[in-house]
Write a protein that binds this ligand. Sequence first.
Ligand SMILES: [Zn+2]
Length: 423
Amino acid sequence: MRSRFALACLIVLAVGIAGASAETFTYRGVQIEHELGDKEYPKAIARIVAFAAKQARTLGYDMPDEFLVHITLDASRPLRLSTTGDYQIHLELQRKAQLLKPARSGVNNVYGFCHEVGHCCQYRIIKQRDWMTMGAAEGWAHYYGSRMVDLLFAKEGEKLWPDPHDYSKRGLAQRVTKWKRSKSEVDRGAYLWHQLVEIVGEKRVADMFRAIEKAEIDAFNARKEVGAVLAEHKQGKKLVRWWKTAGEHFVEKLEKSTFETETLSPKRLARKPKTLAIDSGETKSGGSWPGGSGAAVRFRVKGKQNYLTEVHVFGQRYGSRTEDEFFIWLLDAEFKPFRRIAVPYAEFEYGKPHWETFEIKPTLVPKVFHVCVVYNAESRKGVYRFHDGEPSGDSFTGVPGESSRPYEKGDWLIRVVVDRKKK
Ligand SMILES: [Zn+2]
């Protein structure tokens, strides 16, 4: 999924830079592609990324041989800084003035690039992370970015940025105090990661990430499984104590179905796909919903050995955050999950409202099951949902594993394809 995501990002970018002439230059393992017309800012950005990556290497993280930073200018698109989590960072500016110091632009670019390298430190090692909350992922990048900014400032000072300013300001100790008191999920995450660093030492976190990745954490049992990895560590006792709080904050909560599911190679299917739909095809906008609440449809299948192979969703994507994922949940009759599939936002095409198809590794489903799509929508990312004109009683809104209630306005435009196992 990562590679497809990377490709999608590049396509978006190619559209963005059409008509403008992009320049490229490389500095210490950082290749910058930009259309800013001068080299001042690209040089500063390259120095920041090179510095944060060099530090990461000394701390034991796997860094790419080369980082690729794309900088584009497009007034019609929202300002965005993102990473594919491997070796690419994208800065999409609306205007060049957004590179000025934060007091003038409202944008903290120096911290932003350090933050993105922080994501890469974690994502390049922990590839299986569908159990992680936003507080865990963003909190880590926030911690790392803040730490780097201080080191960078100590070495390069104000003059690093062409519009010089104090990008370090308060320093880590003061930040940690602020994070501790903060109600923000990200600050709280940064605070907890900082605590971990205090326990194991800055140079041992990468190995901790490796041990977690090696354990192939199951999203349904993550708290226990990550806890077991931590318990094995030299500082096991302290870590287990830390995880009591951190696990609460870092792991998505799930109560699993007792339905024993299995997946199948597509080759073993009978190839007699059947589309199940409860909607009339009429399309009315149901808006976008924030948080972990999803739109669900209940389906029924006859006989045994039915495998879900595709989920079709009608919707319209908005927002700029391509690096995030949304989730397709498969739930039993009681709305308890037996599978969660993470889908990169990039796989939902922008444009007019349309049917989008998501292929699923053939998954055994019970006679009655729900498919629930959770976009975790917010102002910067989401998909507008659609329903038809009349409810059949099989459409719901709810939080997987927690609760659901009938949706009164119509049936959600969610369909599935099922197939049988080859005899
Ligand atoms: Zn981030």
